[in-house]
Write a protein that binds this ligand. Structure first.
Ligand SMILES: [Zn+2]
Length: 379
């Protein structure tokens, strides 16, 4: 039976080479001046947004509460916000747009480590322009922020956090170097696998996940080898969009449950952390389902994932594990230990994974022992 489900996303999605040329027309009704939130390098944004009345707010690394506080000050003279960059720039832009019209501290509104208050006033309108493929953050309704003092990353989440438009122009991803291409692409793949087996999966996002996995499996090795492969870049930008549409409406799972606290503990790209955990998360999930819920539909879904990724119609669920392990290795993904995780840190990590919001959407609840096993295997 189809449904029931709910689906929400950006008001408008403009996709394709040249999509960036729609920006001026989309920005025009939103106000006189934009705050453009970017990563360290603003050159490309300045070039792409030439002619737009704008202030620029740039930062390095992942967005923290302190960065968002600074951005909110910078937004005072602006009527709308543009996030131009990877997931970090887009998440910071969303949080700044959300908090500019609201009083209080960013922490008041954060899940898990904060008060989780709902936004009293609607965010400033905001537009999303991704330059990586990607996190899918251009169409999600949460912003992931780091809090160094808590040692975790947590989400500011609101149904009001819907972008006015997402402009996805694969041209902007052509310059991404192989390392970023690999980690962001593996994040995309993880964000297509997890919503597909999620306990909140629905018919609409299932279709997106299957299509996205097929495209990403074929295009990711190509863009890693040749970043100027325009067809493959467009495929990955589209797969990333599908991943954002899916995760925002069907949730994630245990791999992102790990990525959230790991992102607070280690200096490593989010996608690389997801990739390091992905094969082990899949393996333990499959075993737990066989042991405790052998009739669960997620087992059939893991079989479909395996068949789709390996392009072998006889593949079994476990073949997905081997495929993902090989893919990670060929894209240069390292183990968690190489990013600085020590075996002694596993108990604290596992306690945080158990309370992460993504963990709640895992197809089957995992025991603390199973969580520790995933961490040990990913070490
Ligand atoms: Zn992710």
């Amino acid at each position: 039976m189809v449904g029931p489900f709910e689906f929400a996303t950006a008001t408008r999605i403009v996709f394709g080479f040249g999509a960036i040329r729609s920006l001026a027309a989309l920005a025009q009704p939103l106000g006189a001046r934009a705050l453009v939130v970017t990563g360290a390098n603003t050159t490309r944004a300045v070039r792409a947004l030439a002619g737009l009345e704008a202030s620029y707010f740039s930062f390095t690394g992942e967005p923290t509460l302190a960065i968002v506080r600074e951005g909110v000050k910078a937004a005072r003279s602006c009527q709308f916000v543009i996030g131009f960059g990877g997931g970090s720039a887009m998440d910071a832009a969303k949080a700044i747009a959300a908090l500019a019209p609201n009083s209080g501290e960013p922490l008041d509104y954060l899940e898990v480590i904060g008060q989780g208050h709902t936004l009293e006033h609607a965010p400033l309108p905001f537009l999303m322009v991704p330059t990586t493929a990607g996190t899918g953050a251009e169409v999600t309704r949460n912003a992931v922020l780091g809090s160094p003092e808590h040692g975790v990353r947590a989400s500011l989440r609101s149904p009001l956090l819907v972008p006015r438009a997402a402009l996805i122009d694969p041209e902007l991803t052509l310059e991404a170097p192989p390392g970023i291409t690999a980690s962001t692409g593996l994040d995309t793949l993880t964000q297509l696998i997890e919503p597909f087996v999620s306990c909140r999966a629905n018919a609409l996002t299932d279709g997106f996940c299957l299509d996205g996995m097929r495209r990403a499996a074929s295009a990711l090795p190509k863009v890693f080898r040749n970043g100027l492969d325009r067809d493959a870049r467009a495929e990955m930008a589209y797969a990333s969009l599908l991943s954002g549409l899916s995760l925002a409406n069907a949730g994630l799972g245990i791999v992102h449950g790990f990525a959230s606290p790991l992102g607070g503990l280690l200096e490593a790209p989010h996608g690389a952390l997801c990739a390091a955990v992905l094969p082990h998360g899949i393996a333990v999930n499959i075993r737990a389902l066989r042991e405790r819920a052998p009739d669960h539909d997620a087992l059939n879904k893991y079989r479909r994932i395996a068949q789709l990724l390996t392009a072998d119609s006889h593949a079994e669920p476990d073949d997905a594990v081997g495929y993902v392990s090989n893919l990670c290795r060929s894209l240069g993904v390292s183990s968690l230990r190489s990013y600085g995780l020590e075996p002694s840190g596993i108990p604290e990590l596992v306690a945080k994974v158990a309370s992460a919001s993504s963990t709640k959407a895992n197809p089957i609840p995992l025991s603390m022992g199973e969580l520790a096993e995933i961490a040990e295997r990913a070490l």
